[in-house]
Design a protein around this ligand. Structure first.
Ligand code: UTP
Length: 304
């Protein structure tokens, strides 16, 4: 099985739920204090999750008019005046170098029209080529419960099992309207790994009760997407089919529909219950909670 070296992160959405702040700053560039105590744009925290897990190259799927927002941060050197002011702060010099290193690994692909998450993933088709890749959301950050990064946990499972594998977390039924949900069967001897038998985008509670129960979970809990996927390149054929036939849900080309088609065709799809936490930053209150949760982590580390 190939090592997973490439990551795709779609960031071409409009961030309407964070309006009007998203009019001033692209939501993926909102600031957060990371666990190392550094103030960073969210997208950097997301990319570092991948790089620290062994990812070598990252593709950001962007809107045409937003390239500058990203390249200004990652590619342009700091002004000579600022450089002078930072020169006697070794931590800042180190951060500048980290950004320059990341910039070498980032490619940009344009999504011309915002036709949904699945469509954005398809835009990275040629860049990905013929190898498995990591897919992450542009508005979620993660904290592992152990010393292994959440993405690394997922990659390890993928390398062991092969086949499309998505990260999931247990979610209460009243939250199902927010998430793609899978139903599965625990694989004997692997307490966190499930063979998936159905994938459904944002199901109703009634549908979930009828079709999406996973036997080993308490009643009223379901496996919902965590926002990290390792996919084999044949997924692009399924998304292409949806695009060609104009098959949409809520007006958009959905990745979930392509995942379910791939699962039905190949009979293989795994879910891994990550030992970690997912933090959404795409909604005002969740963003505020995420900033707080990360700050608490930083404080806990410093006082240890
Ligand atoms: P979301 O639907 O959560 O982001 O998509 P959004 O569209 O920016 O949010 P709202 O609903 O307007 O507030 C998840 C990820 O997919 C990207 C987004 O940028 C986000 O990181 N995305 C979404 C695209 O790249 N293209 C799209 O057409 C849609």
């Amino acid at each position: 099985m190939n090592k997973v070296k490439k990551a795709v992160i779609p960031v071409a959405g409009y961030g309407t739920r964070l309006y009007p702040a998203s009019k001033a700053i692209k939501k993926e560039l909102f600031p957060i204090v990371d666990r190392d105590g550094m103030a960073k744009p969210l997208i950097q925290v997301i990319i570092e999750e991948g790089i620290d897990s062994g990812i070598e190259e990252v593709c950001l799927v962007i809107r045409e008019d937003e390239r500058d927002a990203f390249t200004k941060y990652f590619d342009e050197p700091v002004s000579p005046e600022l450089e002078k002011r930072l020169a006697d702060r070794p931590w800042a010099v180190e951060e500048t170098q980290k950004i320059a290193d990341l910039s070498q690994r980032i490619s940009y692909i344009i999504q011309k029209e915002q036709q949904g998450f699945g469509h954005a993933v398809y835009c990275a088709n040629e860049w990905v080529g013929n190898e498995p890749f990591l897919l992450m959301l542009g508005d979620h950050v993660y904290v592992s419960n152990n010393h292994i990064r959440c993405v690394k946990q997922l990659i390890d499972i993928f390398l062991e099992l092969g086949g499309n594998t998505c990260a999931v977390m247990r979610t209460l039924e009243h939250m199902l309207h927010l998430f793609g949900t899978v139903a599965g069967k625990q694989i004997p001897g692997k307490s966190r790994v499930y063979e998936v038998r159905e994938i459904k985008e944002k199901p109703s509670v009634e549908y979930a009760e009828m079709h999406l129960q996973t036997d080993s979970l308490p009643l009223g809990e379901y496996l919902c997407f965590f926002g990290q996927y390792i996919l084999t390149p044949d997924i692009f054929e399924y998304i292409k089919y949806l695009i060609d036939k104009n098959i949409r849900e809520r007006g958009e080309i959905q990745l979930t529909s392509a995942l379910e088609m791939a699962r039905k065709d190949t009979g293989v799809f795994y879910a891994y219950e990550t030992d970690g936490q997912r933090y959404d930053t795409g909604v005002p209150l969740s963003y505020a909670n995420t900033v707080n949760a990360f700050a608490e982590q930083t404080y806990a580390r410093r006082t240890r």
